[in-house]
Design a protein around this ligand. Sequence first.
Ligand SMILES: Nc1nc2c(ncn2[C@@H]2O[C@H](COP(=O)(O)O[C@H]3[C@@H](O)[C@H](n4cnc5c(=O)[nH]c(N)nc54)O[C@@H]3COP(=O)(O)O)[C@@H](O)[C@H]2O)c(=O)[nH]1
Length: 885
Amino acid sequence: MSQQKIDQQRIGLVAGTILVAVAILVGMMVFYIMQRHAENLLRQTLQTSLQNHVDIAQSEIRGGFEKGLTVATRPLLINQIEYANTHSGDNATLTVLTKAAQSFLSTGLTAISLFDAQGKEVAHAGAFLRKPALSVPVSTVGHTQILYSNQFFLRTDVNMVKAGRVVGRVITETPLPTLSSMFKSVERSGKTAELALCASTGANQMQCFPTTLTHHIFTLAKRSPTGAPLPMTHALEGETGFVIAQDYRHQEVVAAYSPVDDLGLGMVLKMDSAELYAPIWSQLRYLLPLIVAMLAIALLLLRWLLTPLVTELVRSEREARAANVRLRDSENRVRMLLDNVDEGIVSISSNGRIELFNPGAERMFNYRSADILGENISILMPEPYRSEHDQYLERYLQTGESHVIGTAREVAAQRSNGETFPMELRVSEFSLDGQRMFIGIMRDITERKATEEKIIHLAHFDALTDLPNRRLVQDRTQQTIAWARRADAQFAVMFIDLDKFKSINDTLGHNVGDQLLQRVAQRLIESLRAEDTVGRQGGDEFIVLLASLSAAEDSAVVAQKILSALSAPFVINGQDLRTGASIGIAVYPQDGEDVETLLKNSDTAMYHAKEAGRSNYQFFAQTMNAAAAERLLLESSLRQAIDRNQLLLHYQPLVNIADGRIVATEALVRWNHPELGLISPARFIPIAEDSGVIIPLGDWVLRRACYQLKQWREQGIPLQRMVVNLSPRQFRQKHLVQTFTQVLKETGVDPHWLGLEVTESVIMENPEEAIGILCELKALGIELSLDDFGTGYSSLSYLKRFPIDKLKIDQSFVRDITTDPDDEGMVAAIIVMAHQLSIRVVAEGVETEAQLAFLRGQGCDEYQGYYFSRPLPADELDTTSVAAC
Ligand SMILES: Nc1nc2c(ncn2[C@@H]2O[C@H](COP(=O)(O)O[C@H]3[C@@H](O)[C@H](n4cnc5c(=O)[nH]c(N)nc54)O[C@@H]3COP(=O)(O)O)[C@@H](O)[C@H]2O)c(=O)[nH]1
């Protein structure tokens, strides 16, 4: 059975039960009211009836007594008796008295006796009751008795008085027929109707005439046989009333009682309760089926009318229950959400009092919900917002003006300990039970703000030195230009580039290089005024803005100060490091009126300072731009040089010192510019390196050199090896090894025929990675040479780890080996050291016999230089002394 059906039945059952209960209750009330009404009616009837009987009995008894009194007060009789008293035996008198007595029988008396003063009967008529079943004295004048012998009689015994003297007495008996018939008539009132007439015979005793019901005479009966007084007891005590009590038969009766005048008699008219209430019960017999029938009809109507209602009720009740469950569920979810979200959620009433404070808010503000509920929301705000809040809220409520409602805002908030913090706040207004309320969703953005500030800082400051970066320097330059334009002032931009930094970085590693840059930054700051700006342009380049200059020449003083500051050694990791700086100065407005020009011109000036011998400064001059322009021209035309076939290779032999035979040739690139003529690689290789053109250029050199080697070999010139230079940028390219493998395969050159020259700086930039790449190249069979050895901070410990075959002593050492003992010693030491590491040594730049002799003497393995041959085109090279493979 479905739940709905069960619910319907349950509601039907409850409604039916209520209906039946109500019907029974109403029935019982109706019955009770009817019973009370009938009871009152019966009581009144019973009491009225009793009163009638009492009145009748009283009147008849009084009537009987009056008759006896009438006889006793007759003057004739009194006189005759008086006479008889004195004339005892006087027959005439006796005859008169007898006739008189007899005459009274016609008045209703049944017997009459006359007595003289001595008590002697002098006349009588009629017959007195001999042995009455009951005689009861009546409280009245004389001796009066009620007698019973199948019917009631009244016997009076009255003195005859004349002039205050008793002259005789008269006894009369009168039947009381009405009283007798009254008892009979009561029998018709009901089967249990009973009229009782009793007289008191002492404290707790009475005697009663035969009752209607039992016809029994109670000569000496107790007034309270069971302890509870009989109804007659009340009557004999002179009370009139109505009682439900037990009678002498121990039956429950409804009785009316009353005394009979002041005759010392009591009368009770009673009826058994059962008989009395019988009509009511009989009514109930009719009423009950009627009620049941009506009830049945009501139930049917109930079912007919109620079923659709109940169905609807059950359905809506189920829906309501389901909705309740959903609501509870939803409330639980909302509660869980409120409890578990990171955001603080706080709601306030329209007077600003806090009404909800979720755990997120507790954590955020460090208040317990229980402590803060009811407080003004301004407690969560720092000054001055705290003082202004109430006014603000009031204004919003009146005008609707708000900067907060509906939009997320960053505001300042305050924790319980007074700490303020940034908070993101979104406030919404809603209405609950007609009340305007506000809910705020809050997020502590302390970390986000710190991160944002960090990001902003990182975006504007150099991570290593914490100096303003390129962008910020440009911004500040822009601002300074705006200020200088307004103030008609001038200022200087200094472009500072460290000397030798690259070598230090390459040889001693990035860590040392970084520390050096930080120290340089520090010294620059210390050399300048607070209003000046020092920033890092990138790498080892710094920019200084000299904010206010009275004369352009003043910047020279500052430049000199910087140069002196930087010339002092830097002690890093226990080592004394020295670096100088080259400074280019451009002055606003004469050297540029915008940021870009000023920076470009200061950079140009810096290059000139470098070219002028480093560790000095140069003011910008317009002529400098010509050199820069040439550099730009070279850079742009270099990109087309490969395609336009403007590049060519010259080859310079490497000669075995021991036998004077060529063991290899070095390929050296040349640029045959259509307008500028043959350009030295010393001019364009750095531009190619800076601009990235070195990658396609290097590929071209490698491929061209390999083809030449292949060609020579095919021509029968048994050249052992072709050597090519590898620039730093080439070395760093991703697929270096694959490129080499590909070109060797393409040109058909055995890797063992190829030699590569790399500089120390190439390797020292990232030694670990470099070792890996060199090992891969070495594994192919390529011979590796370390070029320009001695010019950098050559690290012998690293040298051991490099898979190097040859070491080329830089020509700057070779140049003076015959004249400079330092160089002599240096070259000798390099040769010894290299040999100890099983590395062959090549000396480059050998121009004289003396130089060669020295090198031979030191055990140098090979040499290269003008002494043997300048770099020459392939077809001009003398290959006659090429060593056989
Ligand atoms: N990455 C590449 N670099 C290259 C390539 N071709 C050349 N270069 C590098 O350019 C620099 C200048 O080279 P260059 O002008 O060719 O000078 C070389 C020789 O001509 C010169 N040399 C040789 N012998 C003497 C001598 O007796 N006296 C003297 N004054 N100069 C001499 O030395 C240069 C050889 O340099 P090195 O490579 O160190 O052996 C130079 O650095 C070249 O490396 C290229 O294709 N790629």
